[in-house]
Structure formats: structure tokens, C-alpha cells
Design a protein around this ligand. Structure first.
Ligand code: FAD
Ligand code: NAI
Length: 333
């Protein structure tokens, strides 16, 4: 049995932690956020949850399909009965057309983070705990949190935070910068929630648009406030990265009124900036990064291509890497 620290309580960290606990290890999970979920988090409001991050997930591998089946049986996720549509911009002419397909899309209920919380059930989780320094002495890791606390005695550390934050942690700790080649991997996304009259066609609107990548209507999602979530694309989000919420509210309202002909009141609710949201298409996913001799392992959705399913699979791969390395070093003794 090893004592293992997992940094990050998104789906990668949760999947790794659950798998390591099943293998008999003692695991503690740390997250800077107030709850588990990471980019699979929904914001709680009086009217219901708002999915500001991931909107849905698909399952293509056998392993994840099996896991989703179990979550469905446990009532943690449901099939999203969404109508799909395409918003396209043909040299300035915007059109919205139905774009139906047979893809099954799933959502956590009553919020996106439900499956993450379920994986972490019974596993010690320290929230609002930002780890800002790591120290490795005599084959043991100590984690230093920003609030002055420290946590000692770990045999292994799994880093599942986005690469830029991971690189900062390595620099601060004076450790080798194994993240140097991947810090450009994730791009930003501004997400805006609004209440507006229904747009014809579509709960899941894929956008080939100069500013937007996705519009989601939450009406058929259990537990959610019935509103729209607009996700701006990486280029437009990066170009206006530091604009205040008002900028994003105005942009969203203008697009809805002028390009989608939405009439009546538009009530803007929340604007959220994700600095490290989605994988750059043109960059090859790097797989797991590691300092095996020190038992430091790192992965995330970015390791395998930036989707919910890939985060889950990255967690399993991390757990397997720790396990295989333990077996290997045992055999060497
Ligand atoms: P994260 O969820 O980012 O988890 C990392 C965790 O590390 C976070 O909880 C963070 O708080 C924590 N952390 C960071 N630094 C520290 C530190 N120093 N100390 C402690 N904790 C720290 N995927 C889909 O499949 N379908 C979608 O529709 C979809 N839509 C998306 C829309 C948006 C706007 C975004 C942002 C993402 C979307 N994704 C979607 C991607 C999906 O959300 C991610 O692939 C997945 O949630 C990543 O999980 P993760 O555990 O690898 O990372
Ligand atoms: P998926 O199979 O539903 O979609 C994959 C991609 O195929 C879509 O992005 C879209 O371009 C296209 N597509 C699928 N169905 C379509 C339809 N009916 N009409 C038109 N285009 C269609 O889901 P998958 O592969 O699981 O991908 C995850 C989703 O997560 C994607 O939609 C991706 O854009 C989104 N995502 C968003 C992020 C963000 O920052 N906003 C970050 C990471 C993922």
C-alpha cells in the first residue's frame, strides 16, 4: 500500500483516485476549488444549476461506456435528449439549420459534477486548498498549500491540474519542468448564461461562427435552470481575455438578437472565464508525463485529446502507471 496525493479533483483526479483506492492504496485528493468537478462543474443558483463548463459527454471506448452504464443505473447521469443544430457563417450570412445525428450524449444529474463526486465518495478530499509547492526528500513528498498548511509523507504525487498551473508548481518547487512542451496545449473559453426566448431548432447548437463555438439550451437537462449557455471560441476568447462580464453580456445579447432573431427580454446571468478550457486542434496529445524515479506522474484530459471521456481514461492510465511502477520496483528489490 502506498500513500498517494492527487492534485486536482476534476474527472482525471477522481478517476485516478478511485482506481488507486480499489488497488488498496491510501489516497488524499487536493483541489483549489470549493468542490470537486473542475471543468465539469455546474454553478448552483436558486433557479437550478448552470452548466458553465462541459455541456455533455460521449462514450466511445468500451471502458468508459461500461462506466457510463453504471452511472446511468445509479441515477448519476442521464441521456441528454437534445436536438442538435448547426449555426454557420457563410461569408457573413448567418444560418441556423437542424443537424440531427444519432450520437448519444450524456449529462450528470442534477449537475455535471455528480459522477465526479460519486467517484470521490469516501476518499479524503481537501477543497479550497491550492497546492503551490512540492518538496521531495528521502523518498517522501510534502505538499505546501497557499494557506500555510503542509501535508507530508506521500510516496507518490499525481498532478492532474492544467499544464500551465502544473508548470508554475514545478518552477516554484525547483523541480524539472516536464510540462515545458505542453503549456500551449489548452486555450481559453468565455462562457455566458442568459435567459431568453427560445431559439428555433436546437438544444445543442454547434457553431461555425467567428465568435461562438457552442450554444446550449438547458431546458431538457434535469436539475438545471432553463436558460442558454453560450461558449465563445478560443480565438475570440483569447482576443478579449480580460474584458469584464459586461462585454460578454453585451456580445451575447447582440448575437442572439441580431443573428438569431431572438425577440423580447434577454436576462444576462453569469459570465465565467475558463483560462485553460480546450485542446488546440493542431497539437498532438502527449500522453502521461512523469518523473518515475520520484514517483511523480501527471496527466489530464489534455494527455489524450481534451474531452470528458479522455479525462476519465487519463485517470485510469495514471493509476496503472503508479501500480506498474510499484510492481517493477518491488521486483527489483
Ligand atoms: P479539470 O477539470 O480542469 O481539473 C483540474 C482540477 O485541478 C480543477 O478542479 C482545479 O481546481 C484543480 N487545480 C488546479 N490547480 C491546482 C492547484 N495548484 N492545487 C490544487 N488544485 C488545483 N468536454 C466534453 O467531453 N464535452 C463538452 O461538452 C465539453 N465542454 C466544455 C466546455 C467548457 C467551457 C470547458 C472549459 C470544457 C469543456 N469540456 C467538454 C472539456 C471537459 O470539461 C474536460 O475535458 C474535463 O472536465 C477535464 O477534466 P480534468 O480533471 O482533466 O481537468
Ligand atoms: P460530439 O461527437 O458531439 O462532437 C464532436 C464535434 O463534432 C463537435 O465539436 C462538432 O464540431 C461536431 N458535431 C457533432 N455532432 C454534430 C452535429 N449534429 N452537427 C454539427 N456538428 C456536429 O462530442 P465529443 O466528440 O465528445 O466532443 C466533445 C464536445 O466538447 C465537443 O462539442 C467540443 O467542442 C466540446 N468541448 C468544448 C470545450 C470548450 O472549451 N468549450 C472544451 C472541450 C470540449
Amino acid at each position: 500500500m502506498k500513500k498517494i496525493a492527487v492534485l486536482g479533483a476534476g474527472l482525471t483526479g477522481a478517476s485516478a483516485a478511485a482506481s488507486l483506492v480499489r488497488q488498496g492504496h491510501q489516497v488524499t485528493v487536493f483541489d483549489k476549488g470549493r468542490a470537486a468537478g473542475g471543468r465539469m462543474s455546474s454553478k448552483r443558483t436558486e433557479q437550478g444549476y448552470l452548466d458553465m463548463g462541459a455541456q455533455y459527454f460521449t462514450a466511445r471506448s468500451d471502458v468508459f461506456t461500461q462506466q457510463v452504464k453504471q452511472w446511468l443505473e445509479a441515477g448519476l447521469v442521464e441521456l441528454w435528449r437534445c436536438k442538435t443544430a448547426l449555426l454557420s457563417d457563410d461569408e457573413g450570412v448567418i444560418s441556423l439549420t437542424a443537424s440531427e445525428d444519432k450520437q448519444q450524449r450524456f449529462i450528470g444529474i442534477p449537475s455535471m459534477q455528480s459522477p465526479v463526486s460519486a467517484l470521490l465518495q469516501g476518499i479524503p478530499l481537501l477543497t479550497s486548498c491550492r497546492i503551490h509547492k512540492l518538496d521531495y526528500q528521502q523518498q517522501c513528498w510534502t505538499l505546501y498549500a497557499e494557506d500555510g498548511q503542509h501535508y507530508a509523507g506521500f510516496d507518490a504525487v499525481l498532478v492532474t491540474v492544467p499544464p500551465v498551473q502544473a508548470q508554475q508548481l514545478m518552477t516554484q518547487s525547483g523541480l524539472a519542468n516536464i510540462f515545458d512542451s505542453v503549456t500551449d496545449l489548452l486555450e481559453p473559453c468565455w462562457a455566458v448564461a442568459v435567459q431568453a426566448q427560445s431559439i428555433p431548432y436546437g438544444d445543442a447548437i454547434f457553431c461555425q461562427h467567428p465568435q461562438l463555438r457552442f450554444i446550449s439550451h438547458q431546458q431538457h437537462k434535469t436539475g438545471r435552470s432553463s436558460c442558454y449557455i453560450l461558449h465563445f471560441n478560443a480565438q475570440f476568447s483569447a482576443l478579449h481575455l480580460d474584458e469584464p462580464a459586461e462585454f460578454w453580456f453585451e456580445r451575447s445579447s447582440q448575437i442572439l438578437r441580431q443573428e438569431l432573431q431572438v425577440k423580447g427580454d434577454i436576462k444576462t446571468l453569469v459570465a465565467h472565464r475558463w483560462l485553460y478550457a480546450s485542446q488546440k486542434d493542431q497539437m498532438a496529445p502527449p500522453g502521461i508525463l512523469a518523473m518515475p524515479a520520484q514517483q511523480l506522474w501527471a496527466a489530464g484530459d489534455w494527455s489524450y485529446g481534451g474531452r470528458v471521456e479522455n479525462a476519465y481514461l487519463a485517470g485510469l492510465q495514471l493509476a496503472q502507471a503508479v501500480h506498474e511502477y510499484s510492481d517493477h520496483t518491488e521486483a527489483m528489490r
